[in-house]
Write a protein that binds this ligand. Sequence first.
Ligand code: CP
Length: 311
Amino acid sequence: MRLKRKDFLSIAELDKSEIELALKSAESFKEVSTREIKKVPTLRGKTIINLFYESSTRTRTSFEIAAKRMSADAINISVASSSTNKGETLSDTARNLEAMSPDCIVVRHGSSGAPAMLANYLTCSVINAGDGAHEHPSQALLDMLTIKEKFGTLEGIRLLIVGDIAHSRVARSNIIGFKKLGADVLVCGPPTMIPPGIEDLGCTVVNHIEEGLGLADAIMMLRIQTERQNHTLFPSLREYAKLYGLDKKKLERAKDSVVILHPGPINRGVEISPEVADGPWSLILEQVKNGVAVRMALFYLLLGGPSVDAS
Ligand code: CP
C-alpha cells in the first residue's frame, strides 16, 4: 500500500482513510522494534535526509531510527554547522541536497509553510517535521495511535488539550486529526493563548481546566512555546502552574480511566507535575515509542510498496 501523494505536509490535507491507513501501517511496523534484529529490508537503497532548522530530540531521532530500521540510508544535517550560516537560503540548500539524489527530505523549520514551499521546488518527497505554529503532522499521528491503542477507537473519545494553544503546531494538527476520526476535542488555556476562531477547527474552548477534567478520556498537556511568543502572555510561571498546570490534586477530578499525554519536552512543575508525568495514567513514553512506528509507516507509505489508492 502507498499514499497517493509525493509529500506529507499536514494532517489537514489527509482524508480519514489516509489517516487510518497510516495508523494501521504504524501498528504493523511497531513489531519490528521488538525484534532482536530491529530491521526490515523494505527501503534498502533509499536515501533520507533530516534537515532540522529547530531543536529536536524526539522527532529527529525517531525519523533517523525509523529510516535505519527500514534499511534506508539516513543523513542528518546539522544546520548549526551547515552553509546556512554563510547566508544560503532554504531553497538553495534544498536544491543542492536534491542534486545528491535523496528520496526524501524531512524538514523542521521555524516558519509556517517552509516544508510546503520546499515540496514545490523538489522532486523528492518532503515530510513536515514541524513548521512554526502551523502543523506537526507526524506528532498527531503518533498521538492518535497512542490513544487508539488504549481505547480501541478514537470515535467518541473526548480529548482535552491544555496550554499554549495559540503557538502549538501539535495542538493544531491534533485538533484537525482527532476531529477527522470522530473524536470530540476540548481546548483550554489562558485567554492570551487561545487564538480567535480556534472553534472553526471543530473544537470547544473551556475557560477553566477544572471544567474539562471530568469530561476527558485523554488529557494532553502542552509546553509554553516561549520561542514563538513576542512577549510574556501570563504573569508568572507560578501562576500558570496554579491555574493551568496538571498536578495530582487536579487529577482527582478526572475519570479513573483517564490517560495523560505530552508531546515533550516537559517542563516539570510548570504544565505538569512530576508525579503526574511519571504516574500510571501517563502514556508519554508510549507516545515516543509510537513515534518510531509512525515514522516507519510514513516512509513506507511515501517511498515503498506499489502505488495504490489509500481508500
Ligand atoms: N514532540 C516533539 O516534537 O519533540 P522534539 O521537539 O524533541 O522533536
